[in-house]
Design a protein around this ligand. Structure first.
Ligand code: SF4
Length: 420
């Protein structure tokens, strides 16, 4: 194993803008009003507990904890399936009244037009719909990622009909679904006027081929007691640059411009952000790092917060973004392509984000490479904790550590630098 498992020729982190998010000042925070869910998605890191709806008092308390500990532009209202909470409209109102943008992370199944209108009145600012082929959705079983675009479009059109709500989709990416990512990116581009963000989350789990002993505090535990353990071997080390390479097979100019690194590895891409500009059906180009920096820093300067989700009214102002041409090479090239045909001036230009999230990486020396400046921190016992590993705290009261086991530790001593 080389000293770094993240160095690659696809992207160099030093060419990109490092997103400024950190523990106390971030774009978002992560509220879970329930861990009950109507689906059982492969790779879900939350135990599905019926009757786990939090009271409104507890929700208020957790929102107050966020406000006390962390400056954030938005709060993701997640779960579980948050729309199953009977007081979801009040929860959205509580978040909005706290002065933070409420963004609902939902599988969409319980959403009706009537509920959507109520949520809009309560102040919902965005939705992230989790839709992929390993959710066991009734009526959509055995459909692949491309066939599911039909369902994605239904939700995007629902939001567009109500108006003023940001529309995002996330999909977990597995080794056998990576092949569909380029066409999903293409689909999102075709609907850039009503789809603001596309997120790909790389599958992770604790699998038997991992050469570790597992510890909670000083106690060795059985890996299979972890909520996200798998009985059989599976690929759990897909990396963001591999996804970029896959996308580039179809779109060679696909260009990320900003990232969050890992806690153990500065060159790993834990959140890798690409911003592109286009009209419905045609992408003209990608924004560069300086545009990303201007957006984050400018937003913080004028509002006191790093930008989370932007309303469709803002992402639909693509032509105004061209004014950044003198500052940003990516925008300059985009403007050149757009203005080549004067008729384009009659077509509305939109901005769209494509985010690739690479959750925990297990390094050969047992270190766990987390997202440095994790946006998805949730509240547990009055403290901010990684939402993706909350089950460890619930089961053991502490994070679970991994230590190379006796069969492998000799090999790591020989080949692994401690920083990798
Ligand atoms: S550390 Fe976990 S919860 Fe935080 S951003 Fe990364 S994957 Fe999400």
């Amino acid at each position: 194993m080389p000293a770094s498992m993240f160095t690659n020729s696809v992207i160099n982190h030093r060419d990109l803008y490092r997103l400024p998010w950190n523990l106390s000042d971030n774009a978002i925070s992560w509220l879970e009003p329930t861990s009950a869910c109507n689906l059982a998605c492969d790779g879900c890191y939350r135990e599905n507990v019926s009757k786990s709806h939090k009271t409104l008092d507890l929700v208020r308390e957790e929102v107050a904890t966020f406000k006390r500990l962390r400056n954030a532009d938005g709060i993701s209202i997640a779960g579980g399936e948050p729309l199953m909470h009977p007081d979801i409209v009040d929860i959205v109102r509580i978040v909005a009244e706290s002065g933070t943008k409420p963004i609902i992370n939902s599988n969409g199944a319980p959403l009706t037009m009537e509920l959507l209108r109520e949520l809009k009145k309560a102040g919902v600012m965005g939705f992230t719909f989790h839709i992929d082929s390993k959710q066991g959705r009734p009526k959509w079983k055995d459909k692949n990622e491309l066939e599911l675009n039909e369902l994605r479009l239904q939700y995007a059109e629902m939001l567009a009909e109500v108006g003023g709500i940001s529309c995002s989709f996330n999909s977990t990416v597995y080794d056998d679904t990576l092949q569909y990512v380029p066409e999903m990116v293409e689909w999102a581009g075709k609907h850039i006027d009503i789809v603001q963000v596309m997120v790909f989350i790389l599958f992770r789990a604790a699998v038997p081929q991992m050469p570790f002993d597992w510890y909670a505090g000083g106690n060795r535990i059985d890996r299979e007691t972890l909520h996200y353990s798998e009985a059989g071997k599976r690929k759990v080390d897909l990396k963001a640059p591999e996804v970029v390479s896959k996308i580039r097979e179809r779109f060679p100019d696909f260009t990320p411009s900003a990232y969050l690194n890992g806690t153990e590895s500065p060159e790993s891409f834990k959140w890798l952000l690409t911003g592109r500009v286009g009209t419905r059906g045609k992408i003209f180009g990608h924004v560069g790092p300086r545009f990303m920096e201007t957006m984050q820093v400018g937003h913080h300067l004028f509002t006191g917060r790093y930008l989370a989700y932007a309303k469709p009214q803002l992402t639909g102002m693509g032509r105004s973004m061209l004014l950044f041409s003198p500052l940003d090479k990516g925008i300059r090239a985009t403007a050149g392509r757009y203005l080549r045909n004067p008729l384009n001036l009659f077509r509305k230009l939109h901005y769209q984000s494509v985010m690739i999230i690479q959750p925990v990486d297990f390094l050969p020396n047992g270190y766990q490479n987390m997202c440095d400046g994790c946006p998805d921190m949730t509240v547990w016992n009055g403290e901010l904790v990684w939402s993706c590993r909350l089950e460890e705290l619930k089961s053991y009261g502490t994070w679970v550590r991994t230590v190379p086991n006796s069969e492998t530790e000799g090999a790591f001593a020989l080949h692994q630098s401690p920083q990798a």
